[in-house]
Write a protein that binds this ligand. Structure first.
Ligand code: KG4
Ligand code: ZN
Length: 343
């Protein structure tokens, strides 16, 4: 008998409700993926305001769930289990989702599973490309995280090979966008501007690529500072800023470092599949360069469609389904959120 899993996501500024079907053979099918975003309320602050995000989750959660059930043509009573993001993320924002998920689980008398947001970003790929091979590598690039992971089992065994020592890749996008007077979040407008620019116009630094640097760690704070300094100096000379060229050159540096390290990890570990996920995986240059380099190295590349890369509830429902299929024990109804939950 197949089972219906409801996923609840509220770790940052997206309220997501996803519904999936876990088939008896362990495959997971996407039924609904509804997201409400409070991003516009944060735009004028240039970053997510936690208090505003929590309130927005509270207002959006039930209407988003209603839309998801309508889209899937299901009723609440059809749900067999609830999965919720237990962390990492903003404490207040997480708590709204966790409290709602507990309420649903108690009212429906179904098991509750608190799951990891970062693992969810990887698990979502199974909705598009089917089961993950074991082991595989995952490059997780979002507004809050930049990590290279070895995934032996999406439900129970993920090991970190490297991570950013300062800013996340998405954070660098958001900060550079601010320097270039582009709107928040910075990824999409930089991606767009970069298509009109010359990626070789300015040679920006590639952080953590020296011989003495940790092999699989990343650093984007030096790059962000270099872009800001370049723009400041051009302004002080009274020059007009070539926004498209700066965007393209910055984007090239990010895509170069991320793909070079991921491919190097694949070669050194002998793992043949790379999944790239998280908001920055929606970047057109990152996926194009990754495709080029993976093809040259004989690595199978999997990148979920952009809509699945950014935060959503389907990724949490998908991970919940894999956790259930793996026989992991349910969470107790008094679980709490853990803002610093490791992967
Ligand atoms: O995964 P996500 O939706 O939320 C977090 O868990 O952080 O990622 C959001 C981040 C933001 O920093 C945003 O600027 C970035 O993903 N992003 C992009 C693109 N679309 C979103 N970065 C580069 N290129 C894009 N097309
Ligand atoms: Zn995320």
């Amino acid at each position: 008998m197949s089972r219906i899993i409801m996923g609840v996501e509220s770790s940052c500024d997206e309220t997501g409700i996803g519904l999936v079907r876990l088939h008896d053979d362990g495959t997971v099918e996407l039924l609904a993926d509804e997201v409400a975003s409070s991003v516009e309320q944060h735009a004028r602050f240039g970053g997510v305001v936690p208090e505003v995000a929590s309130r927005a989750h509270l207002e959006a959660l039930v209407p988003t769930a209603t839309r998801a059930f309508e889209a899937a043509d299901l009723k609440l009573s059809d749900v067999d289990a609830i999965a919720v993001t237990a962390g990492p993320g903003l404490a207040g924002a997480l708590l709204v989702g966790v409290a709602a998920a507990k309420g649903y689980a108690a009212a429906l008398d179904v098991p509750l599973y608190g799951v990891n947001h970062l693992a969810g970003h990887i698990a979502v790929d199974t909705l598009q490309h089917g089961p993950l091979p074991s082991p595989c590598l995952a490059l997780l690039v979002s507004g809050g995280h930049t990590q290279l992971l070895r995934v032996d089992d999406i439900a129970s065994s993920i090991t970190e090979l490297g991570s950013t020592v300062d800013d996340a890749a998405g954070e660098a996008y958001d900060k550079v966008a601010r320097v270039l007077d582009l709107p928040y979040p910075g990824g999409p407008p930089i991606d767009k501007a970069a298509k009109r620019g010359n990626p070789a116009a300015i040679k920006f630094p590639r952080g953590m690529t020296g011989p003495r640097d940790a092999k699989f760690d990343f650093s984007f704070s030096g790059l962000k500072t270099a872009v800001a300094r370049w723009v400041e100096e051009a302004e002080s000379r009274g020059e007009e800023i070539p926004v498209d060229d700066v965007a393209a050159s910055f984007q090239e540096a990010v895509a170069d470092v991320l793909t070079a390290k991921a491919v190097r990890a694949a070669k050194e570990t002998g793992i043949g599949t790379l999944v790239i996920s998280g908001g920055v995986a929606a970047n057109s240059r990152l996926s194009a360069l990754a495709r080029e380099r993976c093809e040259a190295a004989g690595i199978t590349l999997r990148v979920p469609r952009p809509r699945l890369c950014t935060d959503n509830g389907a990724m949490i429902a998908a991970l919940g389904a894999h956790v259930i299929a793996a026989g992991v024990e349910r969470s107790s109804l008094d679980i709490s959120a853990n803002p610093a939950l490791p992967v």
